[in-house]
Design a binder for this molecule. Sequence first.
Ligand code: 1CP
Length: 361
Amino acid sequence: DIQAGLPTAARRHLPDAPFLVAARGGIPERVPVWFMRQAGRSLPEYRAVREGVPMLAACFDPELVREVTLQPVRRHGVDAAILFSDIVVPLVAAGVDLDIVAGTGPVVAEPVRTPDAVAALPTLDPAAVAPVAEAVRLLTAALGDTPLIGFAGAPFTLASYLVEGGPSRNHEHTKALMYSDPETWHALLDRLADITLTFLRAQLAAGVDAVQLFDSWAGALSERDYRQYVLPHSARVLSGLADAGVPRIHFGVGTGALLGAMREAGADVVGVDWRTPLDEAVRRVAAAPGEFAAGPVVQGNLDPAVLFAGDEAVRAHAERIVAEGRSADGHVFNLGHGVLPQTDPDVLTRLVELVHRLPVR
Ligand code: 1CP
């Protein structure tokens, strides 16, 4: 049993939370809004509590995770909290030698590029992420009626960091392994799917109300390659979460051509960057085959750079996105990728107020 040894918390009953209503394809009392990377460098209170604490140390400190996760909820009044963590946390917990280097991102000591390296990858013991589960329990006790989103990196995006050894523009080592040695590639993604599933199930057992699977760099692939090399592994993760009955969000950047396939992988909610109009994204998601509890539900679409363009531009973009989102069964307002570090937090607070005043239907 993958949850063995972990105390299971009863999930909160939040039938009217706008984020959960929309994520399930219903009509909420207001358009729910949260922001990817809402906890982070744009907030002075975040910089204050992170002072002198390395990123990974912060991720394994339940009290610090609780505080940082709550900061954007307090400040902006967003409709969901997202657990403060990182996609590489389960890899570190499993024993992979990597660090998060400030200003760079994850850096892996020994890139994984051979069959032997893949075979040597450790598995994740849920007990190794007990501090994350503890943070989830602290948060569900502190959040009142605000839902908590857990998250993990999808197998492809995790593979990119492991194979490249760090952030990459072109993912050339990753694709080289994928095209030259499909057997090793699938073995790698299979192991990463296990780690991701264990990490997400630990968060669910501790009480998160929804999960987001970040396949941030999947947009580097053609639809054909995504289907052949990635989709089956992400589908195994998402189907392995179905029994929890919580909304499963699936997001990537530059994934306009993949939106249908990402829905097919088992996404209740499909995240959309700013390159595809939201109503077009809804059509692509709606056309995807599969058994789902609700019709198309989408999240995202506001270019994070628009937040630098002044209130008039922000208003125009937000109104367009909410109007286009009405063609979906459910729409969760968000950015098309994470909050940029230089963003003025007051712009985010005003955007939450604006979205909450717009008519749902
Ligand atoms: O508030 C929130 O949204 C929670 C914070 C969060 C999330 C959701 C962090 C904190 N990381 C993540 C997920 C994550 N990490 C993703 C998926 C989301 C996305 O696409 O943005 C990815 C790709 C990473 C990898 C990563 N970790 C990067 C990107 C590097 C690259 O390839 O360009 C970076 C810079 C990190 C470190 C990191 N994670 C989070 C923070 C606040 C930081 C910076 C920490 C520091 O330098 O001290």
